[in-house]
Design a protein around this ligand. Structure first.
Ligand code: UTP
Length: 294
């Protein structure tokens, strides 16, 4: 059995939920405190032992390539002015594993973005990580799924329970039997209508897929939101081979929409020694001010 060595990070979407910020800047470059969301994802892949990463980019996504490249002028300036701690931070992002890029010419959907990377993946199982979710866990989230793949040899999707009233925002799984957080999947639905979710287990932007998925993506028609959906292709895959959902351990931060992004920024900032006290102070003031107005 081949092991998982390659990862796809799709980053070619339009990021409409963050307009106008994302008109000229990729959503994946929006920072949580001082680190772009995509760097958290790349770091997770590296800490999981992934050797090659392909980022699917599109129009207006140059900043992502620049971020993971050297920035000679900036690095020289930081060196000359003795700002060595900052220099280290800047160099960290360019000294990461081998990152490759491929362009999705049109944002036709997540399934299409993954399909664009098929030649890079070849005939191997691979990981997919979406920047909409950052996961903090002892064992990196995608590594947990890789461990399940090592045991089952089957595709594995990271899932977590969500309140049923939020299920219309997610891909949801219809599980069969459960075994220690591992569910065999009977069916999957992308963004089910309210009240029609098959369970409370939502797909959370982490996947290990077998290469057979590409033949389904090739033929996949547009689904929810008029996009070629990865969930729909996995649903077809699940009819010919086993696909598992794994309820991974860890805290998931939803940074793909505004409220989640802001709350994550606050939580991460509170973990920062320098920022913690002044932020808490300001928050307390704001709460008092709001209470006075009620
Ligand atoms: P999202 O739906 O969250 O991203 O896709 P989006 O389309 O950019 O955002 P909104 O909904 O307009 O605000 C999940 C991931 O898949 C990528 C996105 O870049 C994001 O990281 N994606 C999506 C692609 O690479 N190509 C696509 O055609 C669609």
């Amino acid at each position: 059995m081949k092991s998982v060595k390659k990862a796809i990070i799709p980053a070619a979407g339009l990021g409409t939920r963050f307009l106008p910020a994302t008109k000229a800047m990729p959503k994946e470059m929006l920072p949580i405190v001082d680190k772009p969301t995509i760097q958290y994802i790349v770091e997770e892949a590296i800490h999981s032992g992934i050797e090659d990463i392909i980022i699917v980019t599109g129009k207006g996504k140059r900043a992502i390539e620049d971020h993971f490249d050297h920035a000679f002028e900036l690095e020289k300036n930081l060196y000359d002015t003795g700002k060595l701690d900052l220099l280290e931070k800047v160099q960290q992002s360019s000294n990461m594993v081998d990152i490759h890029y491929i362009r999705q010419k049109e944002p036709l959907g997540l399934g299409h973005a993954v399909w664009c990377a098929r030649k890079f993946i070849g005939d191997e199982p691979f990981a997919v990580l979406l920047g909409d979710d950052i996961v903090e866990s002892e064992t990196p989230c995608i590594k947990q799924l890789m461990n399940v793949y090592e045991k089952t040899g089957a595709s594995v999707i990271g899932v977590q329970p969500v309140p049923l009233e939020e299920s219309h925002r997610y891909g949801m799984i219809d599980p069969m039997a459960q075994n220690g957080g591992l569910y065999e999947i009977k069916n999957l639905v992308e963004k089910p209508k309210r009240g029609q979710a098959p369970s409370n287990l939502a797909i959370m932007g982490r996947y290990i897929l077998t290469p057979e998925i590409f033949s389904y993506l090739e033929k996949q028609e547009r689904g929810a939101g008029g996009e070629i959906q990865l969930t729909d292709a996995i649903q077809k895959l699940s009819k010919t081979q086993k696909v598992f959902g794994y309820c991974f351990e860890g805290k998931r931060y939803d940074v793909g929409e505004k409220l989640g992004f802001i709350l994550t920024t606050i939580e991460f900032a509170l973990k920062n020694e320098e920022l913690r006290e002044p932020i808490l102070e300001k928050l307390k003031q704001l709460i008092k001010q709001e209470e006075r107005m009620v």
